[in-house]
Design a protein around this ligand. Structure first.
Ligand SMILES: Nc1ncnc2c1ncn2[C@@H]1O[C@H](COP(=O)(O)OP(=O)(O)OP(=O)(O)O)[C@@H](O)[C@H]1O
Ligand SMILES: [Mg+2]
Length: 458
């Protein structure tokens, strides 16, 4: 690999020659310029990895030159040379984005060390950017499975949320995919280059959560170091407040303040700090009820309630089960370096009939287990957890609008699962599905009506 290319600007020919010889010794590629004009011409050719520039120049300063360079290459490290030992100039340059400063006469070792560090930083910046692009790719909406009408609504809202800065509230049962949607919003928004920081509000005791969210000032208790909170860490990006329904009233009040004022106060401090953040909250509770019961602040609820994304439980979008199975099967086979497996149709029927109280996560775990347990190309009943079969037939429905109605309801749920599976397998063509199940088209049509099966357009 070629060594890095460095632009050197100084109106003093001696310094210029000296720096050039130091750099050439280390096999760097060097372009030297006596004037800023020449330098800009040279720089326009592109391909520079760093610049070493003099501060005092006729008609210009190091600061102006650095700004011009950074306008075109914002991440390029700039090292400033200064003849005076004027620390103020140096500090200001660093504040304005210089990598470091060197006092003339230039010490070669110091120059080498600074360049090494600068290139290391560039490498990290680049790596970081690539990782973020990777993440952005991973959370593209097209990578989230869901062909059902219910999920199309979710995607529509997610896309809308990504375009704006409003607070978002995602409501859904455990394992339904709330975090996945939250990440998709962030990585598809114009804040994607910033951080996505998640905080589980139910996992920590109140005082710990407070310090976690808002940060803490030095010596609040003996020996405590100052620490930045998650709100500050998410500046420029998005913060994901998971299980927000479990927050204590005093923390709710503080979060409300962050939303209203866009500033945080660390625990033990009274100096507010501005934070530029986007808030995405999630809950598996009925917040409206919590507001009625005065467990959740009404004003905070209204602030969060701007853009609501209701994420339906998996049992209400069983049409997504076959494609989710496919997705997880491909993923876990690849992860375990296995040939791509298939799912036996009977297994798929069972998976569709199951009620999935743990939603997509439960399905994901079931498929992972099946992949690990299965030595052949075909996943069969024996690879499912032993309880799944009985559970599917007997599981009481968890949906509030479908109370467990005893044998009839269970039979109906099972029947519905079988029919949806058959329809799914035959591209939602009722005649084909009826033939596969060995019933007449007419009785198929009747059952679809009676069981309230929503027909997907193929
Ligand atoms: N539509 C989907 N497509 C692909 N994978 C999904 C989908 N929905 C959920 N998953 C996967 O299912 C798992 C659970 O999703 P996630 O963690 O987002 O759920 P959650 O609602 O945040 O759960 P909890 O309430 O328990 O925190 C994750 O591994 C996620 O990647
Ligand atoms: Mg979650």
């Amino acid at each position: 690999m070629d060594k890095e290319r460095i632009l050197v600007i100084d109106d003093d020919l001696n310094t210029l020659k000296m720096v050039e010889s130091f750099l050439s010794l280390k096999k760097y590629q060097v372009a030297t310029c006596l004037t800023f004009r020449d330098a800009m011409k040279e720089f326009g050719q592109g391909g520079f990895d760093a610049a070493v520039i003099d501060y005092f120049m006729p008609n210009t300063t190091g600061l102006e030159m650095m700004k011009a360079l950074h306008e075109q290459e914002p991440d390029m490290p700039v090292i400033v040379l200064t003849a005076s030992r004027d620390i103020k100039i140096a500090v200001n340059m660093i504040r304005q984005g210089a990598f470091n400063y060197l006092v003339k006469p230039v010490d070669p070792d110091e120059l080498y060390i600074n360049l090494d560090k600068a290139f290391e930083r560039s490498r990290l910046v680049k790596e970081n950017r690539e990782l973020k692009l990777d993440l952005k790719d991973r959370y593209k909406l097209t990578h989230i499975v869901g062909g059902s009408g219910r999920m199309k609504d979710v995607f529509e809202l997610t896309g809308r949320a990504a375009k704006v800065r409003s607070n978002v509230l995602i409501i859904g049962e455990t394992g339904a995919g709330k975090e996945l949607i939250a990440r998709a919003i962030h990585y598809n928004s114009d804040r994607a280059a910033g951080s996505f920081i998640g905080v589980n509000c139910s996992a920590l005791a109140e005082s710990l959560l407070e310090a976690e969210l808002f940060g803490i000032e030095k010596n609040v208790a003996t020996g405590v170091d100052a620490r930045m909170g998650k709100f500050e860490a998410a500046a420029g990006g998005s913060i994901f407040l998971d299980e927000i329904g479990d927050m204590s009233p005093s923390i709710q009040a503080k979060v409300l303040r962050v939303i209203q004022e866009r500033e945080v106060e660390r625990v033990g401090s009274h100096t507010p700090r501005k934070v530029d953040i986007r808030i995405i909250a999630a809950t598996n509770r009925n917040l409206e009820l919590a507001v009625e019961q005065e467990k959740f602040r009404k004003d905070l609820y209204y602030r969060l309630n701007v853009l609501v994304i209701p994420l339906p439980p998996l049992r209400e979008r069983k049409q997504d089960i076959p494609s989710l199975c496919d997705h997880f099967l491909a993923y876990f086979c690849k992860q375990n370096n296995m040939e791509r497996k298939r799912i036996h149709p009977d297994v798929l029927k069972l998976l569709i009939a199951h009620d999935w109280p743990g939603n997509v996560r439960e399905l994901e775990n079931t498929i992972e287990r099946a992949v690990v347990m299965c030595d052949t190309e075909m996943v069969t009943m024996t690879h499912l957890p032993p309880n799944l079969e009985e559970a599917s037939a007997a599981a009481p429905s968890l949906s509030p609008d479908q109370p467990d109605g005893g044998l009839d309801a269970k039979v109906a749920a099972f029947e519905k699962g079988l029919i949806v599976a058959a329809l799914e397998q035959h591209g939602w063509r009722q005649n084909k599905a009826a033939a596969a199940l060995g019933v007449s088209e007419r009785s198929m049509w009747y059952k679809i009506k009676k069981l309230g099966i929503h027909i997907e357009k193929a």
